[in-house]
Design a protein around this ligand. Structure first.
Ligand code: NI
Length: 172
């Protein structure tokens, strides 16, 4: 296992629509292991493969907190198959947009379908933090970032800040 560098704004790869995984082979399993290590190290509650530069529909999540026992979930080709009309608002952040958080409104409950690492089809009903992370990560594999759920004004401001930061780094 190894920690991989996390792709950050304004890297355009974050806007790619990731490709479905056709075969869950050793390479995919290695990717998942590296993603868990990278996610726990960050630390974060979720990671999409494109955040380590791999445009595949692979997501890792662990929505447990603090002292709770770890509960890693690897999702291959995940999709939301149902969302509740009921919404909730919660603070979100993203490892690809460091040091920025804001409140995002999303459906409170979702049903998701995905393959596990053995290729079995799994369907889960999620609510609370798990539902939120699922939606955030599935957005990532579709090239969508949580700032896209904010007003255009706020999104432009954040994007500009990161473009400036990248220019400054390049100049140094
Ligand atoms: Ni994110």
């Amino acid at each position: 296992m190894s920690i991989r560098p996390i792709v950050q704004l304004p890297d355009k790869r974050l806007r790619l629509v990731s490709e479905p995984v056709v075969k869950i082979d050793a390479e995919v399993k290695k990717l998942v292991a590296d993603m868990f290590e990278t996610m726990y190290e960050a630390p974060g509650v979720g990671l999409a493969a494109i955040q380590v530069g791999v445009p595949k529909r692979v997501v890792t999540i662990d929505a447990t907190r603090g002292e709770e026992e770890k509960h890693p979930v690897a999702l291959i080709n995940p999709e939301i198959v149902w969302s509740s009309d009921e919404k909730s608002v919660h603070e979100e952040g993203c490892l690809s947009i460091p040091e920025f958080t804001d409140e995002v409104e999303r459906p409170e409950k979702v049903k998701a379908r995905f393959l596990d690492l053995e290729g079995r089809t799994i369907e889960v009903e999620a609510e609370g933090l798990f539902a939120r992370v699922l939606q955030h990560e599935i957005d990532h594999i579709n090239g969508v970032l949580f700032i896209d759920h904010l007003s255009k004004l706020k999104r432009d401001r954040v994007e500009k800040k990161f473009v400036k930061g990248a220019k400054r780094e390049a100049a140094e």
